[in-house]
Write a protein that binds this ligand. Sequence first.
Ligand SMILES: Cc1cc2nc3c(=O)[nH]c(=O)nc-3n(C[C@H](O)[C@H](O)[C@H](O)COP(=O)(O)OP(=O)(O)OC[C@H]3O[C@@H](n4cnc5c(N)ncnc54)[C@H](O)[C@@H]3O)c2cc1C
Length: 433
Amino acid sequence: MANSCDVVVIGAGFAGVTAARDLSVEGYSVVLLEARDRAGGRTYTGTAFGQEVDFGGTYVHWTQPHVWRELQRHNIPPAVPLGIEKAYWLADGAVHAGSLEEYQRALAPLAARCFADARARFPLPFDVRAVDNSEIEKETIGDRLDSLNLSAYDRDVLDGSWSTLVHSHSEQGLAQMVFWAASKFGDWGAFFETAGFWPIEGGTKRLLDAVLGESRAELRLSTPVSAIEDEGSGVTVTTRDGERVRARSAVVALPLNTLADVSISPALAEPVRGMIERKHPVRSAKLWARVRGEVEPFCAFAPVGKNPLNTVRVEHRHGGDTLVVCFASDAAAISAADREGVQAALRTFVPGIEVLETAGHDWVGDEFSQGAWAHHRPGCLTTAVPRMREPHGRLHFAGGDIAPMNVGGIEGAMESGAIAARDISAALADGSY
Ligand SMILES: Cc1cc2nc3c(=O)[nH]c(=O)nc-3n(C[C@H](O)[C@H](O)[C@H](O)COP(=O)(O)OP(=O)(O)OC[C@H]3O[C@@H](n4cnc5c(N)ncnc54)[C@H](O)[C@@H]3O)c2cc1C
């Protein structure tokens, strides 16, 4: 094992794996350090109910350039989801049922009003600082909901529709929601489809393995890092076991919420340091339920805080039964181990539905994620996040949490890993590192 290399990459999620692959195929020596006993990070194709399921990040889209290019290069298609015709939505204290089209008709004007300013706020989505967004950066999602003066019913319809993405009205910044809409032509529905509909055939692991398969980096699993030091002339990374790896540069591809546990020197400056200390607030959960029989394909939505499960969708058939994917805005409100609790929460929408088995991964309790996908607090997206993407001496941060275009997702992770690799490669080539 070489403890001296050109680049050390810390964290083998999609960001770190992409950066390690890109740099190593250019001929640089790369060591990739990963805390867990597997690569993939917040994507995790594991086993439940005797088949493979994605416990973490899952959905991708052909409008995501980094993901789509890799899928095509490796001949991996998206999986085609079951067609959904029925929708249930909890609004103003009652469950409403209708066709998916009826639900979408109720939602569309509310979403259009909510995100009417998206393109004006982010006219150049690839440059979040193109216009002054200091005002919107003070607002939370709850502030926007309140400002719309909706009826109780309409408010719940809108709030339920984004409940997959929202853990806290008061902690999550409005800017990221508006930015997401802006990045898809100002159309919330278009964003939502790209973010949450198309899985990868064979799971995210298939894509990850394809990228890893091209990498010439040395991957060291079960190797948590405790300290990263930029000494000016090089970088030293220390693992929890006390091993040291020396490199000319480092990609730090760790989840935002874990960075406070790693000693980084020189200390990071504000506003990045404060963002790391406060962490992003998304403490949501995703879980799977196997329900008896081939139930009618449905989706269901409940506003944040008003049901332990907030977004639910039939995903696959499974040997005469059905697999349902469920999102809970608050991971503390439900446990994937609590079959009866999951059944009770599903029966809010579909009385009599019978849950046979449940499965999930606790991303909030997992020390190497400490939360789900990133949604930034007010005041971060257009200030601390872009600052964090800039080089800090020889340290380059990467990750879906701080990605420029697709913040919060797999595409963003690949995008930011590629950018870090590009910048380090240039600095290595011109002798700056
Ligand atoms: C439940 C859930 C559902 C999601 N759904 C979607 C979706 O459908 N579509 C989508 O695009 N995105 C989704 N996301 C988000 C997406 O999974 C992430 O944005 C993306 O995977 C982040 O990749 P990353 O490489 O930046 O970080 P990570 O995948 O978190 O990788 C970071 C790596 O660093 C490692 N690490 C942590 N601490 C240390 C340490 N001290 N030393 C060494 N290694 C360390 C971790 O183990 C991990 O492997 C979802 C996320 C979750 C949790």
